[in-house]
Ligand binder design. Structure first.
Ligand code: 26M
Length: 717
């Protein structure tokens, strides 16, 4: 029966049109004589979803049968953006569906534009998670992502009088075809309560975490299709719900308000993504988010492991858990608790399993971004976890003392506990101690963590625990999808699409650099991307820009260390210089459009003021006829993944100008270069490795080196 009916959803044009019409009439309950672009999007999305689910089911079934080691990526952020175009391309449906939708009276561009971004992330760290999921799927890994299903993603940015104002991101207001609610996959998560000591039947001292409040985590699965493979992996996002919909006792006692209030409190946990990027906020709700997510995810992972009935010692052979920054560090403590308290495994054996399972990625050395949580807060929310953290720390420091005796100073520096009033838990220290590997995200950054923030750990662990994994991006979204003209040129020139799975093959373009036709098409692709961006700028800002001008771009979160302020000072200088020129002199200057975009954290006063400054400068420059359009400045509002897909392919020069040593890697630098843009950058993050790859005549690097910065800071005080 499976073979007979399973083949029903084929990938040809007619099958798509059939399913499109079926979804319009049944799923959407609309008349086929009354379909707008949004309904066309929904029907197309549901048609793709059906095919995705098929692959997803087959993948999960295969992974269950094979039962190979799974890799789990724990990330509080997945900045996925739109899914339809990506799914069409990865599944190889784009051409048939494009033809099919046209015959139905729509254009694919209009339909794709209807989709709202899944914006469950702030910036680099969240987009990295999304890119890695695409690559894991494409490379046929049995991988899972675990995160939170925020009701509100990153805020929408609008501008009023040049100032940023924030609006809630109502991304779930219309149905979301890209998630599969798993209302049957429910995990209880406990908070507060107390710890009781008891002796078990074998006479061992055991601890039980009892009482407190219990909430429920409900799974929503987001299928991630690989490119050119049937592999379709899963991101499982948890949503919080109260354990009982109605507290009947309270209800009957007339405490209706109290019952509803508690329901709201439970749903609050996954209500909103914290909009801070590279900055820690010590809010209790954020810590609750972290534990809620970690507890549900680990329960799920352990349940899957237990199904295969292998001994616990096999756990690290079956399970690898990658921690995306310190946000999921409580997972280390939670697994130790499961093994010791619930499974009755001895501390040392359990701890060996834990440390073999986890690996930790650090994304920043900025001190203000380091996560520290007050001990009393953890003690209140997670009393048993706080005990376990103290024990982990005690045993760790004992080992340090044994290896490097009589060094109290070292013990204080390495301690997981910061001995202030109140005490704090240093999450990075806990993550290092509980993992077998720690990595930085670019060569320079991985060196710097060894020399600065984690320096003291090298004394104890040596260097080998710390390694480099330079970030990457998916070329499927950031070139093939965002820049179809250039992608087509590359494919035709290389004679195959293999480069989409093996980027090294792009080297094959080298022998064509002097080919006239190739160069003509290269320039034509860039120009058409610039026209597309100019249209977008017109629509979004009302400013008219010339597509033949040089496009000079800086798009990223607004942050002092990223130095948008320096860029805009440069623009002011450029404007003043142009103003002093004669018309003839100006005629020799390349016309330039300086493009800014990015969100400021709502509470980051200086970053918000930088946005206002950029808009004020734009106001002056764009309305000064005397410089004859030689310079334009625009701030594109609400920079997000979809806007990035328009901006990046259209860039001539992009700026990555962080103070040396501060930008751990950067990932948009890679996206711009992949689209044939030049970089103006500092000797920082992955800029350095990009420079080594493309040669220093293809990149403009400037400024001091990381090791000089500290001296300079002090010299100029
Ligand atoms: C922490 C606590 C409370 C609330 C929010 C946070 C938080 C959220 C996001 C902290 C940091 C967050 O992201 C940091 C980030 O995006 N870092 C960037 O990671 C990229 C991927 O590795 C790098 O390329 C960038 O250089 C780095 O800045």
């Amino acid at each position: 029966l499976w073979e007979k009916y399973g083949a029903d959803e084929s990938d040809d044009k007619e099958s798509f049109q059939k399913s499109f019409i079926r979804h319009v009439t049944t799923t959407l309950a609309r008349s086929i004589y009354n379909i707008d672009n949004f309904s066309a999007y929904q029907a197309t999305a549901h048609s793709v979803r059906d095919r995705l689910i098929k692959r997803w089911n087959e993948t999960q079934q295969t992974h269950t049968e094979v039962d190979s080691k799974r890799v789990y990526y724990l990330s509080l952020e997945f900045l996925l953006g739109r899914s339809l175009d990506n799914a069409l391309l990865n599944l190889g449906l784009k051409d048939n569906y494009g033809g099919g939708i046209k015959e139905l009276g729509f254009t694919m561009e209009d339909v794709l534009e209807q989709e709202v971004d899944a914006a469950l992330g702030n910036g680099g760290l969240g987009r990295l998670a999304a890119c890695y999921m695409d690559s894991l799927a494409t490379m046929d890994y049995p991988a899972w992502g675990y995160g939170l299903r925020y009701t509100y993603g990153i805020f929408q940015q609008r501008l009023k009088d040049g100032y940023q104002i924030e609006f809630p991101d109502y991304w779930l207001n219309f149905d979301n075809p890209w998630e599969l609610p798993r209302l049957d996959v429910v995990v209880d998560v406990q908070f507060c309560g107390s710890v009781n000591r008891y002796t078990d039947e074998e006479g061992h001292e055991r601890y039980a975490w009892e009482g407190g409040d219990t909430l429920q985590a409900i799974a929503y699965d987001v299928p991630i299709p690989g490119y050119g493979t049937k592999n379709c992996i899963n991101i499982r996002l948890w949503s919080s719900k109260p354990k009982r919909q109605f507290d009947l006792t309270r209800f009957n006692e007339g405490q209706y308000e109290q019952a509803v209030y508690e329901q709201m409190q439970a749903e609050n946990i996954t209500a909103v993504l914290y909009p801070n990027d590279n900055h820690m906020v010590g809010k209790e709700l954020r810590l609750k988010q972290q534990y809620f997510w970690v507890a549900a995810s680990l329960f799920d992972i352990v349940r899957r492991f237990k199904k295969s009935e292998k001994p616990w010692s096999n756990f690290p052979l079956q399970v690898a858990i990658q921690l995306n920054d310190t946000h999921p560090t409580l997972a280390i403590v939670e697994l130790q608790r499961i093994l010791v308290d619930l499974e009755g495994i001895g501390w040392d054996e359990a701890w060996a399993i834990v440390t073999q399972t986890f690996a930790f990625t650090n994304h920043t050395i900025l001190p203000e971004a380091m996560e520290r949580w007050p001990v009393p807060m953890i003690q209140y929310l997670l009393p048993r976890h706080m005990q376990i953290i103290f024990d982990i720390n005690l045993f760790f420091l004992q080992k340090v003392e044994k290896a490097i005796p009589n060094n109290r100073d070292l013990l204080a520096k390495l301690s997981i506990i910061e001995e202030s009033t109140p005490q704090f838990v240093r999450m990075a220290h806990l993550a290092i101690v509980g993992s077998h590997r720690v990595n930085g995200v670019a060569a320079l950054h991985s060196e710097l963590i060894k020399q600065t923030i984690f320096k003291d750990f090298i004394q104890f662990y040596g260097e080998s625990k710390f390694e480099n994994k330079t970030n990457g991006i998916t070329p499927r979204r950031w070139l093939h999808q965002a820049n179809p003209k250039l992608s087509e040129l590359i494919t035709e020139t290389l004679g195959s699409k293999n480069w989409l799975k093996n980027l090294d093959l792009l080297k094959g373009l080298k022998s064509h650099v002097n080919n006239k036709d190739f160069r003509k098409r290269w320039v034509a692709a860039k120009l058409s991307n610039k026209v597309r961006l100019a249209d977008y700028i017109q629509k979004a800002t009302g400013v008219t820009v010339n597509s033949n001008a040089l496009f000079d771009v800086q798009v990223k979160r607004i942050h002092e260390y990223k130095r948008q302020f320096m860029n805009i000072l440069g623009v002011i200088h450029r404007y003043n210089t142009l103003k002093k020129m004669t018309s003839e002199e100006r005629a020799c200057v390349v016309h330039r459009v300086v493009i800014f975009g990015g969100k400021a954290a709502p509470g980051y006063y200086i970053a918000k003021l930088v946005i206002k400054l950029i808009n004020s400068v734009a106001e002056v420059v764009n309305n000064d006829n005397s410089i004859e359009d030689s310079l334009k400045v625009v701030f594109i509002p609400d920079y997000n993944v979809s806007v990035a897909e328009i901006i990046i392919p259209a860039s001539d020069i992009s700026q990555h100008i962080s103070t040396a040593g501060t930008e751990a890697s950067g990932t948009s630098n890679m996206k711009f270069v992949l689209n044939g843009g030049l970089i103006l950058g500092t000797v920082d993050g992955a800029n350095i490795e990009i420079c080594e790859e493309i040669g220093d005549d293809n990149i403009f690097m400037f400024g001091n080196l990381a090791h000089q910065v500290d001296d300079l800071r002090h010299a100029h005080r």
